[in-house]
Each structure stands twice: as C-alpha cells, then as structure tokens.
Ligand binder design. Structure first.
Ligand code: PEP
Ligand code: MN
Length: 389
C-alpha cells in the first residue's frame, strides 16, 4: 500500500474503536495480522465498482437493493447451507423484480459475516460473550471463549471457500457484504487500486457500520470515510436528524449517488415517528443516499422460554411504515436488509406456517439473532411487492 494511504489508515485506526475483542496476546495478534496482510484480498476493485454503479441506480430510484443472510455466519456452515441462503436471496429478488417491476440488486450477508457486536461483555452463564466465530467459539466453554486472532485466518479461508462456491455455482453476481466490525481483519485486506488511486476494502463488496460502532469520532466511521466501496451505516431510533446529515456529508463528501446506504432499524412502533425527519434532513444536504429498511433489529424480543425472537408481523409492519414514510415524502424506498436462511429453522414467530412460542425450540440454530426461514423469507418478498405504489 502506498505510504500516504498507510499513514491515513494508521491515523484512522488510532481512534477509539468500540466492540474490539480483548485479544490476550499482542505478539500473536501481530504475527497473525502480518500473515493476513500477505493474502490476496477476497474481492476485486472491478467487482466493487460494478456494485457501486448498481447502488447508484438504486439511489436514483431505478432499482431496489435486497441484502440479507445469516445474522452470524459460522465456520462449520455446509455447502448446502451456503447454497440455500444464496438461492433464497435470489428467489426473493426474482419475486420482487417480478412483482414490483423494478430491477433488484441482490447482496448477500455472506463470506465475511463472522464478527458480532454485543451489548454485554459476559453472557448469561457469566462467560466471556461470544463475539462471532472470527473471535471465539459459541460453545459455552471458558477456554474456547478466549479471543484467538488465529481465527481471523480461518475466517479468511472460510470466506474464500464460500466465494469460490458462489462463483462456481449458478449464482451469478451475488455480491457479498458484512459488518466491518473487526478492524484487525478489515485492515489486513485494504487495497489501493493503481487504476484509480483509491483505497478499497477487500474483504467484501459492500461494508456497513453497525448501530453500536457508529460513534462519530470513532475508528469505524473514519475507516469507512477512506474507502471507495459502497458503504452502509445502521441507524437506530435514537439517531438525530443532525447526526444522519453529518454521516451523509462525511461518508458521501462528493455527492455520489449510492455511495452511502442508510440502513434504518427503528422498530415497527417507531418507524413512522422517527424516519421522516431523517429523510428530510438528509435530503437537505443534497446527498442521494440509498434508504434501506432493516425491519429485524428493532423488533427483537425474548420469548417466554428465553429465545431471542422476532414476529413476522412486526417485520411486515415496520416495512409497511418505511414504505409509507417514503410515499408521503416522495422519496424512494431503496431497499431491505434482512436476516434469513434457506434452512427450515424455527427462530422467528408467525409467517405462513405460524411458528409459535413453543415451536421455537423445534429448530433454533442461530448463534446470534433469529432468522426468517426460507418460507417466511419468500412470503415476506411477496408482501414487499404489495407495498410498492
Ligand atoms: C446485525 O446486523 O446483525 C446487527 C448487529 O445490527 P445492528 O448493528 O443494527 O444492531
Ligand atoms: Mn443480527
């Protein structure tokens, strides 16, 4: 990497960074990071620029972005699981294209969604919390919960194998995305492209900053500022219009349509109250962002039996509110961000087969948040088509 970039990256990563694991061994982290940096990036600038052209069309109201997959990918995911998730994404895209008459841009939460932000540093058993397979193991064993940087190498290899499977399959361009949470992993895959002199995140085509790591003076937002990838930022109900405008100005300094996606996750009961002021204030900056709805993360609750879950009807309700707000303001509801799988899990309530509270225990497999199963996801795609004017 040219030295002017390495200096800027070092400055950015010197800022405070939330949600980084307490790596126990600095020497081990240094050697893993040095090795990771010798490996080729997972995606190419050409592929990233191809997606950027498509997010520009989304921001201009000519296409719809459909992003989704597991909340937390795991290292033991089977080929069938990966194929099932990708196929579900593409089936949903086909349903929306057909029903809404708009081209759909599918982007998977795939080949890199291994790091998880957590609300507490210990879990219900008093163990160090599981932070995703890239950091520690989900198994409730104190030794396996110790963060191990070598897991970043396994994450790279698993992402590489996932991408090989997708590229070799009949999936076409399923672009990849994940939350750019673990800075030691993201840093190792940065690449400067001599063709345009810009810096790209090489771990995925689209990267987003989560609700818990979007501190305006923190490292995550500052790193996203440096990248030429399309980037997203999750906005919860506490986001002020001023802060949303600041993100738009900082992450899209040159006013490039579709450079920034604002992924709103307000909750079904708050979307209609909180979203309009954000949309209006960001529009006043002159930026053409992609407005995306994540109807999952604002609607999470714990079932009577202790399962983290979401109700299909709350997901639909938040989406309906999101579309309604954009209809009223004359802006484009640009996309949807979801957690789903092609597997027949029972993690979210309701939907076509009416998963019940007691039914959740049947097949609850997520190591983090509850996902829609394939049936629920396809039903949701159908509902989405009815929300377009
Ligand atoms: C997620 O997408 O899994 C996530 C943690 O989301 P958020 O940052 O919106 O809470
Ligand atoms: Mn999640």
């Amino acid at each position: 990497m040219p030295s002017e970039w390495s200096e800027r990256v070092a400055a950015v990563l010197g800022r405070p960074a939330a949600q980084q694991p307490p790596w126990p061994d600095a020497g081990r982290l240094r050697s893993v990071s040095a090795f990771l940096a010798t490996l080729p990036p997972l995606v190419t600038p050409d592929e990233i620029r191809a997606l950027r052209r498509q997010t520009a069309r989304v921001a201009q109201g000519e296409a719809f972005l459909l992003q989704g997959g597991d909340c937390a990918e795991t290292f033991d995911a089977t080929r069938e699981h990966i194929a099932g998730n990708a196929a579900t994404l593409l089936r949903m895209a086909a349903v929306v294209t057909e029903g809404a008459g708009l081209p759909v841009v599918p982007v998977g939460r795939l080949a890199g969604q291994y790091a998880k932000p957590r609300s507490d540093s210990v879990d219900g058993l008093g163990l160090p919390v599981y932070r995703g397979d890239i950091v520690n193991a989900a198994a409730p064993d104190p030794r396996q919960r110790v963060p191990d940087p070598v897991r970043m190498i396994e994450a790279y290899r698993t992402a590489r194998a996932t991408l090989d499977q997708l590229r070799g399959g009949r999936f076409g361009a399923v672009h990849t995305s994940h939350e750019a949470l673990l800075l030691d992993y993201e840093r190792a895959q940065l690449m400067a492209d001599p063709a345009d002199g810009r810096l790209y995140g090489g771990s995925a085509h689209f990267l987003w900053i989560g609700e818990r790591t979007r501190q305006p003076d923190g490292a995550h937002v500052a790193l996203a500022e440096l990248l030429a990838n399309p980037v997203g930022i999750k906005l919860g109900p506490g986001t002020t219009p001023e802060l949303a405008a600041e993100y738009a100005e900082r992450l899209d300094p040159h006013g490039e349509p579709g450079r920034l996606t604002l992924i709103c996750r307000m909750g079904s009961d708050r979307v209609c109250d909180t979203l309009p002021a954000l949309v209006e204030r960001v529009a006043a900056t002159g930026r053409q962002v992609v407005w995306m709805c994540d109807p999952m993360h604002g609607n999470t609750r714990v079932s009577a039996m202790g399962y983290k879950t979401r109700h299909f009807d709350d997901v639909v309700e938040e989406l309906a509110g999101f579309f309604e707000v954009h209809r009223a303001l004359g802006t484009h509801p640009g996309g949807v961000h979801l957690e789903f799988t092609g597997d027949r899990v029972t993690e979210c309530l309701g939907g076509p087969r009416g998963v019940t509270e007691t039914g959740l225990s049947g097949r609850y497999e997520s190591t983090c948040d509850p996902r829609l199963n394939a049936e629920q996801a396809l039903e949701l795609a159908d509902r989405i088509t009815t929300l377009f004017p």
